[in-house]
Structures are given as structure tokens and as C-alpha cells.
Design a protein around this ligand. Structure first.
Ligand code: AMP
Ligand code: MG
Length: 509
């Protein structure tokens, strides 16, 4: 089993320490030494600030002096360390496309530290693309501009949609090239997460037979993310249940907006229940469960429709790491953990069905609703109907059947829509809301705008090819309030024209 020498690469040159102080409280740093490697970011030649997320900065309660571009630029480039930090790269393992890799770790990310935000919530502040670490393997520790902007846009869009996610605090250019298939401009993203602990973090220690470390990590996670589990008869089973519940809700939320993560490896599944690691992810246009965008997912393992099954698979890997802590891995422990994992689909279906009912404007529940939901999805698939537009236009149709034509136009087989709409209306008769109320609630759950892949790609291309960040800024503004119809949305709500279609997204690592 490969091991990491945790302190070998700590830089001896100190970076300038200005009087910026973050109120760090680094709980992960206090875990045993083999959980992480102490490492400083590698300074870059000519950093340039692309964007500072002022609202998030404020929410975190950071030193206001750090928002000054003259300070923020070196700070979020890793050229200036805030006082009170003790940066680390975290150790983790992971199943990548089903194959176990015993050592991954933060190869290009460095955790500056943890702060308590204004609401008292613990938040990690991490630089991504900030230079090599002991976990870099053959990688350069850097990130390219395009993927940094993609993560910024997608993470903030998910947040605005109300879906648990890591956040983007800042993006800077490094002034240095990165060498991928082509030479690209380098950039660094500052990511904020309630923690960066992953399923793969547990696997790292479990695969080494280090049960004490697994216990330490599990206790840390319970205290940090699942405090209610500590009072349970079996805290570690309660931890599995808690993680499973949040993943069931998260994946359902992804499915409700057509989000495809793209690389649901176990190292990219956060224990906190936040969406993490925006690589070759994208939102689906035309509804088809087989949709895949990622250039590295040739087998379609992480296709839209496979996401719930993959989540369950990942959770099974998570549960396995905890077995030695539960009842000494007796048959009873295995049985209990297995029962929980088997229960995933039940939990997922409950979240999914509840959300789909909201999407269709149903305030009440009838068993046959599931058939109604699938009836629409089947017709959408057969007709290649746009996922987001179908549901948004259904809001208008709920208010007034005359607006049916707007939805019908999205279907190749218009009669299929009409037949379905007749069933829907019959069902709405048995639902207590007025049409106006229903339409209003539906508009709060069916977004008018999502980060359409072709628009994201255009924003990335303008930045990478022309150093034009205007489209990046524009799409961020559009995605800030996705449930409101606003004039600014023009041009962002429509699916791509044939020539605009993006077939592949790249993680750019
Ligand atoms: P990802 O595909 O971004 O989830 O990364 C998978 C693993 O590869 C993680 O351990 C990363 O830290 C590592 N990695 C990705 N890109 C680089 C890079 N440019 N340099 C070093 N490590 C990297
Ligand atoms: Mg990752």
C-alpha cells in the first residue's frame, strides 16, 4: 500500500504575511498527522482577480480588508497567506469508474483552513489549482481557466436553485500556462464547503486496515455534520443512515433540475451531502435518461438516469468502511448496514416523487401520481422535449389551459402531450389549490433558467480565447435568481440550436 510522507514537501520559503487575519479554527488539521499533509500554496507569477463573491465573502464574516482587490488577488492566488492558517492537503482514496485507487488525495487543492461563518456554521476555505502537494502523483497541481469558471458558474447556479453544494468564493488567473492537450491559461478557484470529507476519505483509512483512524474520522464527522447520531443506540449505523438520507435528497434534487454530475466517483461524493467536484458536469436539455456529456465517461456509467443507482453503490462502499466499528463486523452488523443500503431506493423515491409532485403542481398525494409523472417523462423522452422548458411552461398551463400550446410545441408528438394533459387536468380537479396558487408554487420549483451547457461553454470560450469575462459575469447574474422571469433571461432560457450543441464536456485535469 503506498504511503504518503506527510511533511516532506512543506515549503521552507515563507510567503509574505500581511496583517490579514481569518478567524480560523482548523478542526481537521487537529486530526492525526496521517490525515493530511502540511503544505503551502505555490505562489504564481502574475495573479489577476477575475471575481470575488461579495455575498459569500460577507456571509463568511471574513476580514473586510481582504475584499480589497489589492489583497484579494494575492490572497486567492495563494501568494499571500492569511494569519492564523496552517494549510493542508487532505488524504483520500476512491473508486474511480468502479476501480479502487488506494491513494488520491488533494493533488491540486490546499485547505487554507476552517472558519465559523456569521451563522456559526463551520466552513472550509480551499484553494483549488494552487500547486503541487504530496498527493499530486504526476499532476502539476494546477487548474485551467475553463474548468475553474465552469465550477464557479455551476456551483453558484446550484446554490441559487436551492440545492446543497460547495460554493465559489473567488476565481483568479495565475498568469501561468497549464499544459493539457493544448496550452491553456491557468487559474485558481477558492472553494467553500461545509467540509471536504468524502466517501473516499473513509476508504483511505479502511483500505489500510486502520480502524482507529476510521473511528477518529467517523467521530469527527458525527460531531461536525451529524450530531444527532451521537445519541443513537449505534452511532455509526446512525451515521450511515444520515449520510444516506442526505444523498437520497441530493440526488433527487439533481434529477429534478436535470443536473448530471459526470464523475460520481466515491472521492467526489461529500459526506456532508453537498454537491462537490464540478468537473465535466452539465444540465440536460432534451429529456433522455441516457444523457452523458463527460468526455471521460465512455460507458455512460454516470449518465443522468444512472445517478441514483451510483449513489447507492457509493453508499455501500461508505458503509463497508464503517463495518469494523459496528458490532465488531458481526453478521448482525453486516445485516443492519445492508438493510440500510437496500433502503436507499425507498428514501430516494420518496424525495423524488415529492419533488415531482411539486413540479406538476400537486399539493396532495395519490398513489397513481407516480404513473402520471412517468407518463409525462415517457412522452418527453419519445418526443425529445426540453426538460426545463416543459416544466416551466407547464406552470403557465396550470394557470390557464390556453397556455397548453406552449408546452405542446415542445413535443414532436403533440397528441402525446394532449393525451397526458387531459389526465393531468383530471387529477388537478382533485387537488385543492386554485389555478393561480398552483402556478405560483410551480414557478418556485420549476426554474425558468438553468446553466445551459452551450451558454456556459460560450462564457468559458470568451474568457479563455479572448480574455473576455463579460459573458461569464452575465451568466452569473442571470443564474442568481433562476425562478423569476426577468428580461435579462432572454437568450438564456432556450435550448441550443443544432450548431450550438455541446456534445462533450471536459474535466480539464
Ligand atoms: P478529480 O478528477 O478532479 O476529482 O481528481 C481526481 C484526483 O486527481 C484527485 O486526487 C486530484 O487531486 C487529482 N488531480 C486532478 N488534477 C490534478 C492536477 N492537475 N495535479 C495534481 N493532481 C490532480
Ligand atoms: Mg475530485
Amino acid at each position: 500500500m503506498p504511503t504518503v510522507s506527510t511533511h516532506s514537501r512543506q515549503q521552507t520559503t515563507r510567503m509574505p504575511q500581511q496583517s490579514i487575519r481569518f478567524a480560523f479554527d482548523n478542526s481537521y488539521r487537529r486530526l492525526p498527522d496521517h490525515f493530511h499533509a502540511r503544505i503551502h500554496p505555490t505562489p504564481v507569477t502574475t495573479p489577476g482577480l477575475i471575481k470575488l463573491n461579495a455575498a459569500l465573502f460577507e456571509e463568511l464574516g471574513l476580514d473586510p480588508a481582504a475584499a480589497d482587490p489589492d489583497v484579494a488577488t494575492p490572497l486567492f492566488a495563494g501568494n499571500l497567506l492569511p494569519n492564523g492558517g496552517d494549510p493542508i492537503a487532505m488524504a483520500y482514496a476512491g473508486h474511480q469508474f468502479g476501480n479502487f485507487v488506494p491513494q488520491l488525495g488533494d493533488g491540486r487543492a490546499i485547505l487554507l483552513g476552517e472558519v465559523l461563518d456569521r451563522a456559526g456554521q463551520r466552513r472550509d476555505i480551499q484553494l483549488k489549482g494552487s500547486g503541487q502537494t504530496p498527493f499530486s502523483r504526476s499532476g502539476d497541481g494546477r487548474a485551467a481557466l475553463g474548468p475553474v469558471l465552469r465550477e464557479y458558474i455551476l456551483a453558484e447556479a446550484m446554490h441559487a436553485l436551492g440545492i446543497p453544494t460547495t460554493r465559489a468564493l473567488a476565481a483568479v488567473t495565475t498568469g501561468e500556462p497549464v499544459y493539457r492537450e493544448t496550452i491553456l491559461p491557468g487559474a485558481i478557484l477558492t472553494r467553500v464547503a461545509s467540509s471536504h470529507i468524502r466517501v473516499g476519505t473513509f476508504q483511505y483509512f479502511a483500505s489500510r486496515g486502520d480502524t482507529e483512524a476510521v473511528r477518529h474520522l467517523a467521530d469527527h464527522v458525527i460531531a461536525r455534520h451529524y450530531p444527532q447520531a451521537s445519541g443513537a443506540d449505534s452511532p455509526y449505523l446512525a451515521l450511515i443512515e444520515g449520510v444516506l438520507e442526505r444523498q437520497a435528497a441530493l440526488i433527487a434534487a439533481w434529477m429534478h433540475v436535470g443536473f448530471i454530475h459526470g464523475v460520481m466517483n466515491t472521492d467526489n461524493m461529500a459526506i456532508s451531502g453537498e454537491t462537490i467536484d464540478y468537473g465535466p458536469c452539465a444540465f440536460m436539455d432534451a429529456y433522455d435518461p441516457a444523457t452523458v456529456f463527460s468526455s471521460i465517461d465512455r460507458g455512460g456509467r454516470y449518465a443522468y438516469g444512472n445517478q441514483p443507482g451510483i449513489a447507492q453503490w457509493n453508499l455501500a462502499r461508505f458503509a463497508e468502511t464503517l463495518l469494523p466499528l459496528i458490532d465488531d463486523a458481526s453478521d448482525a452488523a453486516i445485516q443492519q448496514a445492508t438493510d440500510l443500503i437496500r433502503g436507499f431506493f425507498g428514501r430516494y423515491e420518496e424525495h423524488w416523487t415529492a419533488g415531482m409532485r411539486r413540479k406538476l403542481g400537486l399539493a396532495t398525494a395519490e398513489p397513481e401520481d407516480v404513473d402520471l409523472i412517468h407518463g409525462l417523462l415517457d412522452a418527453m423522452k419519445a418526443s425529445g422535449a426540453d426538460f426545463t422548458l416543459t416544466f416551466r411552461r407547464l406552470c403557465d398551463a396550470a394557470a390557464d389551459p390556453a397556455a397548453d400550446s406552449g408546452v405542446r410545441d415542445l413535443f414532436l408528438d403533440r397528441q402525446a402531450y394532449d393525451a397526458w394533459a387531459a389526465q393531468w387536468r383530471a387529477r388537478l380537479e382533485r387537488d385543492p389549490q386554485t389555478p393561480a396558487e398552483r402556478a405560483e408554487h410551480m414557478r418556485d420549483t420549476n426554474p425558468a433558467v438553468i446553466p445551459r451547457n452551450h451558454r456556459v461553454e460560450q462564457a468559458l470560450n470568451a474568457a479563455v480565447e479572448q480574455s473576455d469575462f463579460g459573458p461569464f459575469e452575465a451568466i452569473l447574474r442571470v443564474l442568481e435568481r433562476p425562478y423569476e422571469d426577468r428580461p435579462e433571461l432572454a437568450g438564456y432560457t432556450e435550448p441550443p440550436q443544432e450548431e450550438e450543441r455541446v456534445l462533450k464536456t471536459f474535466c480539464g485535469t
